[in-house]
Design a protein around this ligand. Structure first.
Ligand code: FAQ
Length: 332
């Protein structure tokens, strides 16, 4: 089974719910925010830890494909912008780990689960960034897909997650614009640069569609997560919105979406498009994508290399606490 951490048992009917669960569901239905110390069903808590934790891991692992290009950015200005963007992703990871910690799990526990493979991060970061145009495609498509998913999450029912999303979305908009700006420069550049931009779009299009998760009929968590307003839209609804928003942007760039079945459908007022290769998606999330081992290896190494620093911080905090305690005793 590809979903491993929390088994969603399906949405309960009002009759199946306990009185506490019914009262909780009423609060969610009224649009009230749920705060960390308030009563919540265990499944709600676990689902949030799973989703927020995976989201945090995605931000942190997502620094790697872009970090790879900081030393090779074509100008000083591009380097400064990319550096700022990668730092923003670290910040997003930190807000999200803090939001997850309010649910009774520590950051160290979450990181252990990332490192031992029992928690996921977004499939998209298991693809390589081979050229500078890929950095444009990541900003345009990956941040574009991330915003499409995250704007509705500003209204999610859990207070700390919703508040983290408000700030994150502001920064993601800047990220998407910087990616599109790189694509614009490449698409309006020499024929070789335009070909690089097209090649980046060809490789990132389908993985970007996969970011929204499996099709609704395969999505095991959607029904319960939507009832609890942990998710606001279904995977397929968001994927459709993303395609409808992105196709005109590609046309403006003079690039073609690599999908022979892409066609405007007047009846649904949206594009018809090919499903991504779901076999590839399930392979990637099972750990067999092009860069899974490299990405996880880099995170584990960073964690192990940082052990001396974490130990030093703890030793300093303990010494400081002992000094303060001694000073208090001396003053009494
Ligand atoms: N990759 O039943 P569903 C970013 C898993 S942020 C890997 O549909 P759910 C910023 C899913 O976890 C990108 N695994 O699940 C940035 C579950 O497995 P589990 C991250 C995936 O949770 C930009 C199983 O499949 N954003 O990019 C994926 O209801 C540039 C069943 O699927 C978020 O995390 C996938 N694509 O819906 C950073 C947003 N899709 O956990 C740096 C918050 C599904 O049972 C550079 N998350 N799975 O083992 C969500 O909205 C949801 O969790 C979904 C999945 C929509 C991702």
């Amino acid at each position: 089974m590809y979903a491993q951490l929390v088994k969603s048992e399906g949405k309960k009917s009002a009759e199946e719910m306990s009185p506490e669960e019914r009262a909780f569901q009423d609060r969610v239905d009224r649009g009230e925010k749920i705060e960390p110390k308030e009563w919540m069903p265990e499944g709600y808590r676990k689902t949030l830890i799973r989703q927020i934790g995976q989201h945090a891991h995605s931000e942190i692992v997502g620094q790697l494909p872009e970090g790879n290009w900081i030393t090779r950015a074509p100008t000083l200005e591009r380097k400064a912008i990319l550096l700022a963007k990668v730092q923003d992703e670290a910040g997003h990871g930190l807000y999200l780990y803090c939001a997850a910690e309010t649910l009774g799990i520590s950051r160290d526990q979450l990181l252990d689960k990332l490192h031992d493979g029992s928690m996921k991060y977004s499939s998209i970061f298991n693809y390589p960034t081979l050229t500078w145009a890929d950095i444009g495609a990541v900003g345009w498509l990956v941040d574009g897909a991330a915003i499409m998913n995250q704007v509705p999450l500003q209204k999610t029912s859990f207070g700390p997650y919703s508040r983290a999303m408000i700030r994150i979305c502001k920064e993601e908009s800047f990220h998407q614009r910087q990616g599109y700006d790189i694509m614009m420069k490449m698409a309006q550049g020499t024929p070789e640069q335009k070909a690089m931009a097209q090649d980046a779009l060809n490789r990132f299009w389908s993985p970007a569609l996969m970011m929204f998760g499996p099709s609704d009929k395969e999505s095991v968590h959607s029904a319960q997560s939507m009832a609890w307003k942990i998710k606001i839209d279904t995977n397929d609804e968001l994927r459709q919105k993303f395609v409808d928003q992105t196709v005109p942007q590609a046309e403006y760039l003079g690039l073609s979406i690599p999908d022979p079945n892409l066609k405007w459908n007047e009846e649904k007022k949206g594009y018809d498009f090919s499903e991504p290769d779901w076999t590839e998606f399930f392979e990637v999330i099972a750990g067999n994508g092009p860069c899974n081992r490299e990405r996880l290896g880099a995170r584990v190494k960073a964690w192990e290399d940082g052990a001396w620093f974490r130990d030093a911080l703890v030793a300093h905090a303990e010494k400081d606490a002992a000094r303060r305690a001694a000073a208090r005793v001396a003053a009494e």
